[in-house]
Design a protein around this ligand. Structure first.
Ligand SMILES: Nc1ncnc2c1ncn2[C@@H]1O[C@H](COP(=O)(O)OP(=O)(O)O)[C@@H](O)[C@H]1O
Ligand SMILES: [Mg+2]
Length: 370
C-alpha cells in the first residue's frame, strides 16, 4: 500500500516537472520567435511555410498571412533572396549550414547567414526549419578591419617604393622634354607627337605615385587650428575651374560661425579636392555639386562637410567598395583617391561616409572641433 501511494506521488511530481518544462520551452519558443537578430521559418513536409518569426515578417515587409502557407521556394523567389538558398539539398533531405545571402530592402543591403535542417520522425521527414541570422553588422565591422589592414600594407609598400619610382621618373621627364623641344625645332611632327604621348603618360604615372605617397602615413601631421571654410575657400577656385570644363555648377554653402577644427591644411585640401574631382567626373554631361558646411554633431563633436552631386550615384553593391584601394569604375582611374581621403581623415581623427539614394552621391566628412 505504502509503496503504491509513493509511486503515485512520484508520477504526479514527474507530471509537474514535465508541465513546467513545457511551459519553459513554450516561453523560450515565443521569445525566440520574436527576436530581432534571428529569424526562423518552419516548413511542413512539402516545404509549405507553417510559421515565421517576427524578424522574417519585418525583413520582407509582408503581412504574416501572405507568407504562411506559401511554398518556401516560391516565397524565396518572390522576395528576391539571392543566391537562392534552396539548392536541392534541403528538399533532398540534407541540411545546409552558414549559407550567406544578401537581401536588399528599403535600399539597405542585409547580409543573412542561414541554416536549414530537416525534422525527422525515424526515417520520415515531417518538416524542416530554416534559421536566419542578420550578420550585416558583423560583416561591416570585419570589412572595416580588413580595409584598414589593407591600407596599412599598401602604405608600407608605397613608402618603400614610391620615392624610388619618382626619382627616375623626374629624370626621364626632363630628358623627354628636351627631346620634345629638339624634335619640334626639326619639324619632326610625328615623332614630336609620340613624345607628347610619352610625356602625358609620364604625368599619369606621376599622379599615381603621388597618390601612393599620400597613402603612406605621413611622418608627422602638421596640425593646426583652422576654419574649415578657409580650407574650402582655397580649393574652390580649382574646383570651379574643373567644373566649368565639364559644365557643372558648383554651389558653396558656408557656415562662418562654426568653431575651428584641428587639421593639417595641405592634407585636408587633398581630401576636398578628391571629393570635388570625383563628383565632377561623375557628372560629365553637366550637373550641380553642392558643398555644404553643416553643424556640429553633438555625439562626436565633429564638424561635417557634405559633397553632394546630381550624378548617377553609386549602386548599393559598390557603396562599401569605393574606399577600397584600386576600386575604380573609370577606364583611366587609379581607384586610390578615396582610399587617400579615408587615410587622411582617419589620421586627422575624423570620419568619411558615403550615401547614395539614386539621386546622386553624397560624401560626408566629419572633422574634430578644436
Ligand atoms: N561622386 C561620385 N559619384 C559616383 N561614383 C563615385 C563618386 N565618387 C566616387 N565614385 C566611385 O568610386 C570609385 C573610386 O573613386 P576613387 O577612389 O576616387 O578612384 P578613381 O576616381 O580613380 O576611380 C570611382 O571609380 C567611382 O566608381
Ligand atoms: Mg577619384
Amino acid at each position: 500500500m505504502m509503496d503504491e501511494s509513493a509511486n503515485l506521488e512520484g508520477v504526479r511530481a514527474a507530471g509537474g516537472i514535465e508541465a513546467e518544462r513545457e511551459r519553459y520551452v513554450r516561453q523560450f519558443v515565443n521569445r525566440f520567435l520574436s527576436m530581432e537578430g534571428v529569424g526562423v521559418m518552419l516548413l511542413d513536409s512539402d516545404f509549405h511555410i507553417v510559421e515565421v518569426s517576427d524578424m522574417i515578417v519585418s525583413l520582407c515587409g509582408l503581412p504574416r498571412a501572405d507568407i504562411v502557407s506559401k511554398h518556401a521556394e516560391l516565397w524565396f523567389d518572390e522576395v528576391g533572396l539571392k543566391p537562392h538558398p534552396f539548392d536541392r539539398s534541403l528538399l533532398e533531405g540534407r541540411t545546409f549550414r552558414s549559407k550567406v545571402l544578401n537581401w536588399k530592402q528599403d535600399k539597405q543591403l542585409h547580409t543573412l547567414m542561414i541554416d536549414g535542417e530537416n525534422l525527422m520522425e525515424g526515417e520520415t521527414r515531417t518538416g524542416a526549419f530554416v534559421l536566419f541570422r542578420d550578420v550585416s553588422h558583423r560583416m561591416a565591422l570585419e570589412e572595416q578591419v580588413r580595409r584598414s589592414d589593407r591600407l596599412k600594407t599598401i602604405g608600407q609598400i608605397a613608402a618603400g617604393t614610391a620615392h624610388e619610382i619618382r626619382n627616375p621618373l623626374t629624370a626621364i621627364k626632363g630628358f623627354m622634354q628636351l627631346l620634345s623641344k629638339s624634335l619640334r625645332d626639326r619639324d619632326m611632327e610625328k615623332e614630336y607627337d609620340y613624345v607628347g604621348i610619352v610625356l602625358s603618360e609620364l604625368d599619369r604615372v606621376n599622379d599615381l605615385v603621388s597618390e601612393f605617397l599620400l597613402l603612406s602615413r605621413p611622418k608627422e601631421l602638421r596640425q593646426a587650428s583652422m576654419k574649415v571654410g578657409g580650407v574650402l575657400q582655397e580649393i574652390l577656385p580649382m574646383i570651379r575651374n574643373e567644373a566649368l570644363l565639364h559644365n557643372v555648377t558648383v554651389i558653396y554653402l558656408p557656415r562662418p560661425e562654426l568653431p575651428p577644427i584641428l587639421a593639417d591644411k595641405e592634407l585636408l585640401k587633398q581630401v576636398f579636392l578628391n571629393l570635388g574631382k570625383n563628383a565632377i567626373e561623375a557628372m560629365d554631361g553637366g550637373g550641380t555639386l553642392i558643398i555644404r558646411e553643416c553643424g556640429i554633431s553633438e555625439e562626436t563633436n565633429r564638424i561635417t562637410v557634405e559633397f553632394k552631386d546630381t550624378g548617377p550615384g553609386i549602386p548599393s553593391e559598390a557603396l562599401d567598395k569605393v574606399f577600397d584601394p584600386f576600386f575604380t569604375t573609370k577606364p583611366q582611374g587609379t581607384g586610390l583617391g578615396l582610399s587617400v581621403c579615408q587615410r587622411i581623415v582617419d589620421d586627422l581623427g575624423g570620419s568619411i561616409e558615403v550615401a547614395s539614394d539614386g539621386d546622386g552621391a553624397l560624401f560626408i566628412v566629419g572633422l574634430p572641433c578644436y
